[in-house]
Design a protein around this ligand. Structure first.
Ligand code: ZN
Length: 170
């Protein structure tokens, strides 16, 4: 971690770290993924924009340029997302699964309203009993429902494996 950043809660993530960006959003962190922005020169953009955010990069050269320009930056060394999560945990970024942010677009989630639930369930062919079983959350931008179903349970398991590995190798 360079640039004296204690505020490890807002990020902008380079193109090579798309999965990590999703995990940051799942964990509630406000995270911009550069590929979503459609900018021409990504390195240049990452150096000079959103400087209130910590840049997370896999690119050593971009990392060094960022340090030089006093941009807050984290260099990730691994290609595997589980190891990338470990690298970030080591510097104090907690990963936990919360229903706060859309993993696709970064918009904060809110509780779904009845008409939204009915409309989307009909559109997606989702079974009625979902409403009784789960609390439903809604992304306004994606027009999408979220709930802590099997997909989320698998993600919890994945994070537990990452944490267990950390303990075993401490
Ligand atoms: Zn969304």
């Amino acid at each position: 971690m360079q640039g004296g950043g204690r505020n490890l809660n807002k990020f902008i993530v380079d193109r090579m770290l798309g999965k990590l960006a999703v995990w940051l959003r799942i964990s509630g962190y406000d995270t911009i993924y550069i590929s979503d922005l459609n900018v021409k020169d990504e390195d240049d953009f990452l150096l000079n924009n959103h400087r209130d955010r910590v840049l997370v990069t896999r690119d050593r050269e971009l990392y060094h340029r960022s340090v030089k320009s006093k941009r807050k930056v984290i260099l990730i060394k691994s290609d595997l997302v589980e190891d990338q999560i470990r690298e970030m945990r080591e510097i104090g970024v907690e990963f936990r699964i919360v229903m706060e942010r859309c993993s696709v677009c970064n918009t904060p989630l809110r509780k779904a309203k009845n008409d939204e639930i009915l409309r989307i369930m009909k559109r997606e062919g989702i079974r009625e009993d979902l409403r009784e079983k789960y609390e439903l959350w809604y992304c306004e931008r994606c027009d999408k429902l979220y709930w802590m179903g099997s997909h989320w349970r698998n993600m919890v398991k994945f994070l537990k494996r990452v944490e267990a590995f950390d303990r075993d190798n401490a």
